[in-house]
Design a protein around this ligand. Structure first.
Ligand code: ADP
Length: 171
């Protein structure tokens, strides 16, 4: 059984085996979580991202996939970078967003990570509505077989925290 916990605040302040980055497909940094991860984690992370671009992901990391690097100076062993889908109205396909969570957990299992922290993927610059994104996140983590013992969602603002709380339901 994987425990699911919610915490408020900056994901880069979390201690865990793996921290998930809401990256963009360039893997070369951006705003939001991505900016914070590289700022606090230092240049080692970007150096590995560049190496991944040069080797496996010349065209960028596809939406819904995940790949790990060092966590640099973060209080974690790995950063798992995943690319959420951009919201494009009510007909947007939720499958790539679910895939971000599933693939990140698959990578975490490969690494042997036992504790993993996620942000609310796609709910910032990529505009996915918070309630829907929270439901997809919680349902996907709940239904994905994994050896990860603890999944934590680090939620930046109260609105995100409340949305995830509603999806998690009473303890
Ligand atoms: P995306 O491009 O996938 O939408 P963003 O990084 O823009 O990713 O935002 C994803 C979510 O993470 C948003 O809800 C945003 O408010 C939140 N967020 C931004 N910075 C941080 C941070 N340092 N820690 C945790 N959550 C953050």
């Amino acid at each position: 059984m994987t425990a699911i916990l919610l915490v408020r605040g900056d994901i880069t302040r979390q201690r865990a085996d793996a921290i998930v980055n809401a990256a963009n497909s360039s893997l070369l940094g951006g705003g939001g979580v991505d900016g914070a991860v590289h700022r606090r984690g230092g240049p080692e992370i970007l150096a590995e991202c560049r190496a991944l671009r040069a080797s496996r992901y010349g065209r960028g990391l596809p939406t819904g996939q995940a790949v790990a690097t060092t966590a640099g100076k973060l209080d974690a062993r790995w950063v798992i970078h995943t690319v959420g889908p951009v919201y494009d109205g009510p007909d947007s396909d939720p499958a790539p967003l679910a895939s971000c969570y599933r693939e990140s957990l698959r990578v975490a299992d490969e690494l042997g990570a036992r504790t993993v922290v996620f942000p609310a993927i796609s709910t910032g610059v990529y505009r996915w509505p918070m309630d829907d994104a929270a439901r997809i996140a919680v349902e996907t983590v709940r239904s994905t077989p994994t050896a990860v013992e603890e999944v934590r969602f680090a939620l930046f603002d109260e609105r995100a925290y409340e949305a995830f709380s509603r999806c998690l339901g009473p303890e």
